[in-house]
Design a protein around this ligand. Structure first.
Ligand SMILES: *[C@@H]1O[C@H](CO)[C@@H](O)[C@H](O)[C@H]1NC(C)=O
Ligand SMILES: *[C@@H]1O[C@H](CO)[C@@H](O)[C@H](O)[C@H]1NC(C)=O
Ligand SMILES: *[C@@H]1O[C@H](CO)[C@@H](O)[C@H](O)[C@H]1NC(C)=O
Ligand SMILES: *[C@@H]1O[C@H](CO)[C@@H](O)[C@H](O)[C@H]1NC(C)=O
Ligand SMILES: *[C@@H]1O[C@H](CO)[C@@H](O)[C@H](O)[C@H]1NC(C)=O
Ligand SMILES: *[C@@H]1O[C@H](CO)[C@@H](O)[C@H](O)[C@H]1NC(C)=O
Length: 450
């Protein structure tokens, strides 16, 4: 029903260029009755960066019916948008401002101003909008452009994927649809893949899931960066553990006294051969009373490495955990629960002395799989509860080329509880010494083995 309000060119007044509606009736209305109208959304979004210069209008929505007789606009900022066409009301709650944008500019748009005549944006009942200013920036030449249509479809696809494919959709009780409505303009107005990914990450961050992230041609945009405590001090360990060796950055070995072997896996991200020193350190188990297997520093990586290392400690096939995949067509939203197994290492005899695993709050992902395997194999777990984040993110390509990674299955503890946000408990809980001067976890493990 648009009632176009033509906006004649006006002279610049100080910093501000006022473009006043020609229909004077709105400004001259004296009945400022009723509640003040509120802006419910604006596109391009306030403070958004990477807006495409191809965006050809600004769309402002209000919470109530507005007077469609005119609008007073205030354009400010470093550059004035080049408006050649007329602002118009596409319906009584939606104001459309035509824009001509250039690359690599910051724009500001204002509705209403401080002056008496600058109150043309008002509710149908009469109350004027409180002066509102918002800013946005366009992308610079050279950044990859994406079409606004793609952004819209991609924003819709992000919501669809969260609702249909995300295993932890309901974990924190997030109202994803309401949240999406609040974030969609940022996604839709993004002029680059990275700007889109950042907007989508803002939407997805409510899931507080380190395994939800976006990939823009190899640049990863995280939706959540977990802050983890550590119950280990690597430099302190080097002073305590005798014969300290670091054959590579994934593994360290040594001994405690003459009777306890020390093996640390500090990362699960290496190749198979990076863990051969672990196999070597576990040979001649008859020489030792036991082994302290320290994984406190380790986080994610390749679960194949965890299976290969844990295979030294069993002589038969052992179930260690389970998982279930999202299946929107299944009752309860998940497919059948599948048991996960570990296998003995055929070329190595089972490690045959006492085994204590040191664990803690930095353990996520493959490290948690390893802890579950070792627990199932009969090792004693010492330290603090693990972080509780074990995702196998599945990539989903969006129409704009950005790839969204979402965990598609829930990992379950042996008792059937969901691991996410819960973690694996140790058998022997030991608090960390925050002064860092001592390693009480290591000490508790040595006491158990000697
Ligand atoms: C603005 O862009 C859209 C596509 O995003 C196009 O359909 C529309 O015709 C354009 N409007 C003008 C006035 O150029
Ligand atoms: C402003 O818009 C007009 C009409 O589309 C165009 O010809 C002109 O080049 C634009 N000026 C700037 C500075 O962008
Ligand atoms: C836009 O964001 C800035 C900075 O947060 C704020 O001062 C301004 O009021 C916002 N404008 C609108 C219309 O919300
Ligand atoms: C974008 O604008 C800034 C500030 O004017 C300038 O320093 C920068 O070189 C521009 N970038 C590109 C890619 O044009
Ligand atoms: C994990 O390791 C296995 C076996 O070595 C390999 O086939 C697989 O590609 C690795 N996965 C990743 C994500 O690197
Ligand atoms: C770790 O141990 C070293 C060596 O004992 C010590 O100097 C350092 O302060 C400790 N770091 C922390 C964070 O406790």
């Amino acid at each position: 029903m648009g009632v176009p309000a033509p906006l004649p060119r006006a002279a610049a007044a100080c910093l501000w260029l006022l473009l006043l509606a020609s229909s004077g009736s709105a400004q001259s209305t004296t009945s400022a009755d009723g509640p003040k109208p509120q802006i419910t959304s604006m596109l391009p979004a306030n403070m958004s960066v990477g807006v495409s210069p191809a965006v050809n209008s600004s769309v402002v929505k209000f919470d109530r019916d507005m007077s469609t007789l005119g609008a007073s606009l205030v354009f400010a900022g470093r550059t004035l948008p080049n408006t050649t066409a007329e602002a118009s009301w596409s319906d009584p709650r939606t104001l459309v401002l035509p824009l001509h944008l250039q690359e690599n500019r910051t724009y500001a748009i204002g509705l209403n101003g401080a002056c008496r005549e600058c109150k043309g944006v008002r509710a149908a009942e009469g109350a004027p909008l409180q002066p509102a200013v918002w800013t946005f920036s366009t992308w610079a030449a050279g950044e990859p452009a994406v079409s606004p249509g793609n952004q819209r479809d991609s924003a819709i696809e992000v919501l669809r994927l969260v609702l249909a494919e995300y295993a932890y959709r309901d974990r924190l009780g997030v109202d994803w649809e309401a949240r999406w409505r609040a974030h969609r303009f940022q996604m839709e107005g993004a002029g680059t893949g990275v700007a889109f990914a950042e907007a989508a990450a803002g939407f997805l961050g409510a899931g507080r899931d380190g395994h939800v992230f976006l990939d823009v041609s190899g640049d990863v945009v995280a939706s959540h960066v977990p802050v983890v405590d550590r119950n280990v001090n690597a430099s302190l360990l080097r002073g305590i553990v005798a014969d300290w060796r670091e054959p590579n950055r994934h593994v360290a070995t040594g001994r405690l006294g003459t009777s306890v072997r020390y093996v640390a896996v500090r990362s699960w991200a290496g190749g198979e051969e990076d863990y051969y020193p672990v196999s070597e350190a576990l040979m001649s188990s008859w020489r030792w009373r036991g082994v302290i297997f320290d994984v406190r520093e380790s986080a994610g990586g390749n679960v194949s490495r965890a299976l290969e290392v844990a295979g030294h400690f069993v002589d038969r096939r052992v179930p260690y955990a389970s998982h279930r995949r999202v299946d929107a067509s299944a009752e309860g939203g998940f497919g059948p629960t599948e048991q996960l197994w570990m296998e003995p290492r055929e070329e190595h005899a089972k490690y045959d002395a006492g085994v204590v695993v040191l664990m803690g709050p930095a353990n996520v992902g493959a490290a948690e799989s390893f802890i579950l395997m070792m627990g199932a194999g009969g090792a004693t777990l010492v330290g603090q509860t693990s972080y509780g984040s074990l995702g196998n993110p599945v990539p989903h390509a969006l129409p704009n080329g950005v790839v969204l990674h979402l965990p598609s299955r829930q990992e379950l503890l042996p008792n059937g509880e969901v691991l996410e946000g819960r973690g694996v408990d140790p058998d022997v809980a030991v608090e960390w010494d925050p002064s860092g001067a001592d390693d009480p976890v290591l000490r508790a493990a040595v006491e158990r083995l000697t």
